[in-house]
Design a protein around this ligand. Structure first.
Ligand SMILES: NC(=O)c1ccc[n+]([C@@H]2O[C@H](COP(=O)([O-])OP(=O)(O)OC[C@H]3O[C@@H](n4cnc5c(N)ncnc54)[C@H](O)[C@@H]3O)[C@@H](O)[C@H]2O)c1
Length: 246
């Protein structure tokens, strides 16, 4: 599977290139694109206009504002694309949806297969214990800006699929007993922790703890290349981690 990487000069772009050069998930590095490239050199390009290498799939870790150029390129070459970039506006997301009518598109704001498995387990556990108290605790490094993490919200959303009456209590600021509907979400910021997410489900007689710990950003790269391998040969459509992990 020959892979074109959009955002090649970025942190994730470099991780994808290194993984593809090692043949991870059957991948081969075909070319890279980034507007930060001042002069084309070999298979590293400043824009899609000069990217003519053969490829089977495009993996995108770039900037959401460049999504039109990315999709125009993929549609014109009939190439499947993994869009891992985050922050798309609703209009940009419409472009992604429209492209998925013509080519296979995989989109996920969290490419971690472990987190996808955790979300599925969280949903199943919440369904198995409909009266249990559920709390989510996330821990990240001290430079993280968003609170709670997008992943904690993704997990809470998965739980709420099994428990539609669930009400998020972010940070629990007020005195008083918790309600049965509450899904507590708590954020710790400490040191250089890459990311830990824990879900505690307690009936009073037993507690189940589901935990995922990220050790390196490479896990997102591995997830993206696995998604790329999943996408090659698929019909046009919009796919996500649930389609891959089940
Ligand atoms: N889905 C996931 O699991 C996941 C994981 C990590 C990062 N991300 C997202 O991937 C993106 C890249 O992350 P990063 O840490 O590698 O960022 P980075 O800042 O290190 O790299 C960004 C790359 O995008 C390129 N770029 C900038 N503006 C562009 C434009 N207009 N058009 C095309 N390319 C452009 C830059 O040249 C660079 O190559 C971010 O949106 C980030 O949130 C997603």
């Amino acid at each position: 599977m020959r892979v074109i990487v959009n955002g090649i000069t970025g942190r994730m772009g470099q991780i994808i290139k290194a993984l593809a050069e090692k043949g991870f998930a059957g991948s081969v590095f075909a070319a890279g694109v980034s507007p930060d490239v001042t002069k084309d050199e070999g298979n590293i390009h400043s824009s899609f206009n000069t990217c003519t290498e053969d490829a089977d799939v495009v993996v995108d870790f770039s900037f959401h504002g460049g999504v039109k150029e990315l999709l125009d390129f993929c549609v014109s070459r009939k190439l499947p694309v993994v869009v891992a970039t985050t922050g798309h506006t609703p209009q940009e997301f419409d472009l992604i949806r429209k492209a998925s009518e013509v080519i296979p598109v995989f989109h996920s704001a969290n490419m971690s297969i472990g987190v996808a498995v955790l979300a599925d387990l969280a949903k199943k556990t919440a369904a198995a214990f409909p009266d249990a108290n559920i709390e989510i605790v996330e821990t990240h490094h001290n430079q993280k800006l968003d609170v709670p993490s997008g992943t904690a919200l993704l997990l809470a959303d998965a739980i709420r699929q099994a428990r539609p009456e669930g009400v998020y209590n972010i940070g629990r600021h007020e005195n008083g007993k918790r309600t049965d509907q509450e899904i507590g979400i708590h954020s710790l910021r400490i040191g250089n922790v890459v990311g830990i997410h824990e879900i505690l489900v307690s009936t009073g007689n037993e507690t189940i703890t589901l935990k995922h710990e990220a050790h390196s950003r490479a896990l997102f790269g591995e997830g993206a290349l696995r998604a790329a391998a999943f996408l090659v040969g698929k019909k046009p459509g919009l796919y996500n981690m649930k389609d891959m992990v089940g």
